[in-house]
Design a protein around this ligand. Sequence first.
Ligand code: 5GP
Length: 139
Amino acid sequence: MAETIFSRILRGEIPCHRVYEDERVFAFLDINPIAPGHTLVIPKAEVTTLDLLEDEDAAALGRALPRICRAVLAATGTTDFNVLENNGRGANQAIDHVHFHIIPRAADGRGLRTKWLPGKLEADEAKALAAAISEKLQG
Ligand code: 5GP
């Protein structure tokens, strides 16, 4: 993948407010927070989207994310939060390096706002989709 600004942050060439680091994971405050404590959690591996992540990096992120969430909540005095991870321009990804947003819901209402348009799961379509996805997961 092409290098992004997050690679430069990882190398320390661009300053950031770091909150966590281990062998495979790095976390820092978002430069344009939508709520206080808005934190980005990234793999150190330069990977564009979540589906391309190696198991070891995915496991490391999975272990670190809840711990960082707990710390963000404790530090901001909040209990409600969203975790968001965008993949691809069509899904609002601006920086092509996997990153999870941890976004507390502040008492004054600041936080993630999404427009959720629920559809209806039709039985035939659901059966076909579930079969196709589970087949892709084999092996
Ligand atoms: P995306 O839309 O790709 O999911 O989110 C990218 C996020 O990265 C945005 O929330 C943006 O504010 C944040 N961001 C972009 N450049 C920088 C930077 O140089 N430093 C920090 N700390 N955050 C950044």
